[in-house]
Design a protein around this ligand. Structure first.
Ligand SMILES: *Cc1c(COP(=O)(O)O)cnc(C)c1O
Length: 397
């Protein structure tokens, strides 16, 4: 902490990552756990999260970008790292050099990868062929799966390592969503049958994200790709309960908490209005506290309008005015209540005493999902890694 002055930080609890990974392994087993650490581990820090997830039983990692995979390799991670989308043609040779496991779904991708794999007798590169079964983001049309698998099989530099797909509404509990998930699984099975018929069945298949892992037994297969649950956020409250029921009461533990300290306090009269726009008058003479975190750090400006609160002294306190770029103002209640002082800890996300504010609470207020809340916490916020795994950050895995 000596290298900075602003009291703002995100605690990253690696024991929680390890616990969440082991719970996911228990629910998914015998399927292996692939820990999804794209987007700098959903804003938590990809490297420490990756190490803690591996310690908790994960045996694969997944990232969105070749760049993200390279960073993990440079830090000494030796585990298989899956690329969740087809790498750009220009990145294929780096992906191969770093032993990243490429996802492919186009003919040009298969050709480009084949070209960059050395003709030096190095073993063929295992390709994960992605099938679009209805998400319609990326993936091969089911009708293209056999021809693409054939191209891969016919290239001595490549081999078919897996076939996989991605569910669009695995977190949906309604009948329409359940039917769509069933349809996606059916389309995937039928693509696998056609691969089988062509003598091209891949050794492994994978389908499930966190929601699929917890809620859709048929999606578990050989490998499950979990992101949000690893960070301690259940895809939905119902799935949190399903997980507990399936694991004898185990719960996911939130990994990240966002904290700051009070830097300024004053008492203001009833009717005073705080911050830009002077949006809301104080109902009575009140103590107000300022803390040095703002929308530039990922605290959404709209949190004030939507009734956002923080914890000070273990008590929920509403924002007193609109969130600014670098600071928030907090209504600490009528003068004469529990004292609030400069230096007191302010919790934006996480636990303090018996109170807790979750990423889901913000997501609910803001009309978004926990994923976006977590990923928006900006690079200006130092991540302080805690837990038994913290020391691992400096050691090769
Ligand atoms: C991000 C991602 C995941 C992880 O999803 P969660 O809902 O966070 O578990 C899995 N698979 C793919 C293809 C993804 O893009």
């Amino acid at each position: 902490m000596a290298d900075r002055w602003r009291p703002v930080w995100a605690d990253i609890d690696l024991d929680a990552v390890e616990h969440n990974a082991s719970v996911l392994c228990a629910v998914a087993g015998p399927a292996a756990l692939c820990a999804v650490v794209k987007a700098d581990g959903y804003g938590h820090g990809a490297l420490p999260v990756a190490r803690a997830a591996l310690a908790g039983g994960a045996s694969w990692l997944a990232v969105a970008l070749v760049e993200e995979g390279v960073a993990l390799r440079e830090a000494g991670i030796e585990t298989p790292i899956l690329l969740l989308s087809e790498p750009p043609v220009e990145a294929m040779s780096e992906a191969v050099a770093r032993r990243l496991v490429p996802t492919l779904y186009t003919r040009s991708g298969v050709r480009a990868l084949g070209t960059v794999v050395g003709a030096d007798g190095s073993p063929p590169v295992g390709v994960h062929l992605k099938v679009d079964t209805g998400m319609h983001r990326v993936g091969a049309d089911p009708a293209d799966v056999v021809p693409l698998a054939r191209m891969i099989a016919d290239d001595p530099a490549l081999r078919l390592g897996a076939a996989w797909t991605h569910l669009a509404v695995a977190d949906g509990a309604g009948p329409t969503d359940r039917e769509f998930t069933a349809l996606q699984l059916e389309r995937f099975e039928s693509a696998l049958d056609r691969l089988d018929g062509a003598g091209l069945r891949p050794p492994i298949t994978h389908v499930a994200n966190s929601a699929g892992t917890i809620g859709v037994a048929a999606a578990r297969r050989d490998l499950v790709r979990c992101g949000i649950a690893l960070y301690g956020v259940a895809p939905t409250p119902a799935l949190a309960e399903e997980l507990a029921a399936a694991t004898g009461g185990q719960r996911l533990e939130p990994v990240l908490s966002l904290r700051t300290r009070v830097t300024f306090v004053r008492d203001l009269d009833a009717g005073e209005r705080l911050s830009y726009g002077r949006r809301r008058p104080l109902a009575e003479r009140s103590t107000v506290a300022t803390a040095p975190i703002g929308y530039a750090d990922g605290v959404p400006r709209r949190l004030f309008d939507e009734g956002g609160e923080v914890l000070i002294g273990g008590v929920r306190r509403p924002l007193a005015g609109v969130v600014t770029m670098d600071q928030i103002v907090v209504d600490c209640g009528p003068v004469g209540g529990a004292p609030v002082e400069v230096g007191d800890e302010v919790v934006l996300l996480g636990r303090q005493g018996s109170e807790e504010i979750t990423a889901d609470e913000w997501a609910e207020l803001l009309g978004t999902i926990s994923y976006e809340v977590l990923c928006d916490i900006g690079p200006r916020v130092p991540r302080l890694v805690r837990g038994a795994g913290a020391g691992r950050a400096d050691r090769p895995s």
